[in-house]
Design a protein around this ligand. Sequence first.
Ligand code: ADP
Ligand code: MG
Length: 681
Amino acid sequence: MKNYPVPLKYIKGVGEKREQLLKKLGISSLYDLVHFYPRTYLDFSSLTDIVSIVPGTVCAFSAVVGYDPIEHKIRKGMTLYKTIATDGIAGVHITIFNSKYLADSLKQGQEYIFYGKVTAQNGSLEMANPIIEAADSECGMRAVYPLTAGLTSKILSKIIGNALTAYFEENAPVAVPDSVRSRYNLAHEQFALRTVHSPKNQGDLAVAKRSLIFEELLTLQVGMRRLKNHTRGKASLTIAEDFSGEFISSLPFTLTNAQSRVIAECIRDMQGERPMNRLVQGDVGSGKTVVAAALIYTAAKNGMQSALMAPTEILARQHYETLKKLCQGSGISIELLTGSLTPKAKKEVKERLSSGASHLAVGTHALLTEDTQFNNLGLIVTDEQHRFGVNQRGTLSSKGNNPHTLVMSATPIPRTLSLIIYGDLDISIIDELPKGRQKISTYAVDTSYRKRIYAFIKKHLDMGLQAYIVCPAVEEGENGLASATEYAEELSKKEFSSYKVGLLHGKMKAKEKDEVMSRFSSGEIQLLVSTTVVEVGVDVPNAAVMVIENAESFGLSQLHQLRGRVGRGTVKSYCVLISDNMSEGVRSRLDIMCKTNDGFAIADKDLELRGPGDFFGERQHGLPELNIASLTENMDIVRETAEASEAILKDDPLLKKQENLGLRLAVRRLFYDKNKHISFN
Ligand code: ADP
Ligand code: MG
């Protein structure tokens, strides 16, 4: 019987020494070796006529050598060999540096293929140090691998060729089930792997790559979906009695259907054996906080503690105030734990948490410090998840015994992406705004409108409403972006001297920020000049106008978040985007903002315009490393594999069918490194 997997050194052409070199490239098995993909290719497959060569580009042409290369000793240690090569219509000067061996391989009157970069020198074309092949060789495309000292691409090609033979002899089940392969027109594994290492031409290569990328993304998505139901042990605390109705009836407003539905989904989770692991996505202003509050209330009434983690102090304090109000008279005691508490206050708070005297801790990262302990932490809510890494969430979870977790995200994420990024979470969507909300009217203007905008703001302040002006930077930068500090000063001295103007930026101390925010909340400050610290979560329903300076410097999703600071009550609200940038990209972004208020539609557009990079953030680091696929570049295949993985798991949730065996093994392999505790059996 064959040793499985074949130790690398027994692959033809490897041996002990190269086995070590391969290790340096991260290759430690036969599988790794055949999946070690070329960095790029030298393309001999499509030859160019010399007349149509564009100087400065890399190309291949076939041509006849005019004379044996002539040696020119330039100086000591530098010898040039020169000749010319023509294809009957035009010619290229060929220069070889120092390699007598290469020069000697060129013979007068013989035809060769030359590959390299062509430059224009004094009106004639020149190629220096070309890669040369015999004209009749069928070299197609040559793979170029990431290298380490001692291993050339040529050696690697050879070794990998042998490895492929050994690999296919093992007959390991293939990851992509046959039905999926034919449905999505994918190549057979053998063809794909052989071709990616030595393609005949670009067309074949494209087919091979698509198949391999598909395989990897399919494996990733199936794995993420399976994570949902795996790994989680039993919840230590479950809800015996549902008190959410009691809480809801105490509210001053009626919940939207979407809010009620999501609360019910969460309660059902928390009554089950497995801990809840759910993402709540809702557009800005859709009322996520009250959903969290209903769960926290129910948890407390069932005798379990909760933690609510927010990304900023401002937001933590706001949640604290909101929850205190919502839970008034219920006997639920709430703590605020942030970095700006005095050591003494912190200590007292922590004591009440570890003794179980308090039911809820609202805080920032301070909740993560080691000495914060809970008595019976049963529910963890993180708000605005995209600001937190997977690891931070994990740290908080470890403070309870398999607690229920709820992640609230205000960044609408296109469905295809959320299935990858949050594939391991159940997802609830609040797709409805509270009654009475009006569309926020949005306008994009240039700076010539400034006077009119100020007048517009004043009109609203005079009506007893409030406004924000957001600028991108704190202090004047070289790039001339409006500076919040100077701008606020100027406005309060001149244009708005008879109004109360406040300033908020990220470099202020937490205490100062809190103070400004609470003065704005209470209506004392009428106009708040701010940087993007107001972007996330801040809730002041009396604010009706949002002006964004240098709007071109924000992405779509960010603009949408900023805009979401107004229109949170029943008053008609406005958003004015100021930019003098007339570039098409900026115009189309601002245009979308003016046309729609729908966060999910905007997220889709953002994805289309800027690619998915912005959506991943920290979360991506929790995903297994990909070998050939790129989540940012292969969106079309991401979509296909999302659909395929859904269908596969629907039909065979545990991947127990014979045709899915290879996929099950591939998932196990892909997730093996990062999550050693996960076993996909
Ligand atoms: P977000 O989803 O952006 O976090 P919040 O939870 O801050 O939104 O809620 C936005 C505002 O809407 C808050 O002032 C909140 O009290 C209010 N609100 C939430 N749900 C409702 C509802 N069903 N009816 C009326 N107002 C609501
Ligand atoms: Mg919020």
